[in-house]
Write a protein that binds this ligand. Structure first.
Ligand SMILES: Cc1cc2nc3c(=O)[nH]c(=O)nc-3n(C[C@H](O)[C@H](O)[C@H](O)COP(=O)(O)OP(=O)(O)OC[C@H]3O[C@@H](n4cnc5c(N)ncnc54)[C@H](O)[C@@H]3O)c2cc1C
Length: 446
């Protein structure tokens, strides 16, 4: 892998905040002075960077770790996703019929879940952590096909599940829109912004959090790295022995995995809490989450505090931020999804609609490993990075400190090298065309 490290052109946008937390509460967390030197720098404070910083600090209690993010913790994809911590293979991890690989994915995801649960309990993190499992539901033929595949995979892995009928789903979700679903018990639902901010606030004392500090360059100098960033608008530099690159979709801005990542946005909307009259019309229960059996469909949640979340649509985001026009179209699409499921709630307004950027690879492979001398990274989690990012971050720290384990072997076995993209104008066109085709195929599940 190329060790090139250049000044970056694009950094995370100050785009529309998510609905998971009032923007006034999404302030910068880190208030300690920035050290001139650190043993380790972790760049990116999403699930990957938070887990890496925690593990580095635990393994090296006498060493200094700095955790840097361009935005306040909770602003990036990790704080603006749909809040499913998924234990089982999901999306691309369901492709193929390699049961051995899928078992490794399950072991990794479950280790992440156990880590997060421990941290939520130890740190008393108030994030609506809810081990209610997940519905994987189908509306029409493509969804039902996806459900059959999922059931076959669960059988081959000996994983427990429950098949739900249209009427069962009506009792839970208040809609008869779905033909059926598979309930699996291991998934946890949570409020992602509150979880990541809680994780950042409960890091070991030898981690200095520097959020709201965009990094503009990481340059190798001898055996260390010079990190250039801005803090409160003032340019500063930190010399770090070693670096963990946890910038996910932005990694290629720094020269690593250049032209191998595909930045894809997906979008969510959250309603205001339903009042008693709206709850009566809704007719379902609170605290459930549903993902589409056809990956191109719509994700739904009814939160504990009676808010409906809708997530659907994918867009190629060459420029990372979503325009107001895109968000208007997304809001319409989310309203339509609500109307189809609960026609009597057609007037229910969304309090917020937002997008977030993930990284995919064209060969659907996630990257994990050493990217350059003294630099480790994990990214391209293909849109399901809560569990995968968490365990990647921990294992990156362990690998970089020379620790070996069965879990590390699992991670290495399920990771690989993302293939190169076609030249710039073609990758955008190609991905957009493919996304339109996939959306058309999944139209009945949206
Ligand atoms: C709407 C939506 C719904 C989703 N739902 C789910 C879900 O339910 N379950 C699930 O598992 N996954 C979900 N995902 C995907 C998941 O959010 C991501 O895979 C995961 O957050 C990736 O974590 P990460 O730590 O690797 O990267 P990120 O969370 O993207 O973190 C990277 C960080 O790097 C920082 N950074 C980038 N450039 C710089 C720079 N120059 N200087 C300093 N910092 C920088 C960014 O600000 C960012 O905070 C969803 C994504 C979206 C957008």
């Amino acid at each position: 892998m190329s060790p090139a490290m250049t000044a970056i052109h694009r950094r995370p946008p100050a785009d529309t905040p998510s609905g998971w937390m009032p923007p006034s509460e999404l302030a910068v967390i880190g208030s300690d002075p920035a050290p001139a030197q650190a043993d380790w720098a972790v760049v990116g404070a999403g699930f990957t960077g938070l887990a890496a910083a925690r593990r580095l600090a635990e393994l090296n209690p006498d060493k200094r770790v700095v955790l840097i993010d361009a935005m306040p913790v909770g602003w990036g994809a990790s704080g603006r996703n749909a809040g499913f911590v998924i234990d089982l293979p999901h999306k691309f991890d369901l492709d193929g019929d390699d049961a051995g690989r899928m078992r490794r994915v399950v072991r990794l995801n479950r280790a992440a879940l156990a880590d997060l649960q421990r941290q939520v309990e130890a740190g008393a993190i108030d994030c609506d952590w809810s081990p209610v499992g997940k519905l994987q539901a189908a509306i029409a033929d493509t969804g039902l096909k996806g459900m059959r595949t999922f059931a076959r995979i669960l059988d081959s892995l000996d994983e427990p599940y429950r098949l739900l009928s249209r009427e069962d789903l009506h009792r839970i979700t208040g809609t008869r829109h779905y033909a059926g679903a598979i309930h699996t018990p291991g998934c946890v639902l949570m409020n992602p912004a509150r979880l990541v901010r809680g994780l950042a606030r409960t890091l070991p004392a030898n981690v200095t959090v520097l959020d709201g500090c965009p990094v503009s360059a990481i340059a190798a100098e001898g055996s260390s790295h010079l990190i250039s960033l801005r803090r409160r608008g003032v340019p500063i530099r930190i010399r770090a022995g070693r670096v963990i690159a946890a910038m996910n979709a932005y990694t290629s801005e720094f020269g690593w995995l250049r032209d191998r990542m595909v930045p894809i946005a997906t979008f969510a909307s959250l309603s205001a809490p339903l009042d008693d009259a709206q709850m009566a019309i809704f007719g379902g229960q609170t605290d459930w989450g549903l993902t589409p059996a056809d990956a191109g469909g719509t994700t739904l949640r009814m939160t504990r505090d009676r808010r409906l979340l809708v997530r659907n649509r994918f867009d190629y985001l060459g420029a990372f931020g979503a325009s107001d026009r895109t968000l208007d179209r997304v809001r319409d699409s989310h309203r339509l999804a609500l109307r189809r499921r609960w026609p009597e709630l057609a007037d229910l307004a969304f309090e917020s609609t937002w997008g977030g950027v993930c990284a995919l690879s064209r060969n659907r492979v996630s990257y994990f490993g050493q990217m350059a001398p003294g630099v480790w990274g994990s990214n391209t989690h293909n849109g399901v990075g809560v569990a995968r990012g968490t365990i990647s971050g921990r294992l990156l720290a362990e690998a970089a400190c020379g620790h070996d384990s069965d879990l590390l072997a699992d991670m290495q076995a399920v990771s690989g090298q993302p293939v190169r993209n076609p030249p710039r104008p073609f990758v955008g066109l190609g991905v957009k065309t493919r996304l339109r085709y996939e959306a058309w195929k999944s139209r009945k599940e949206i």
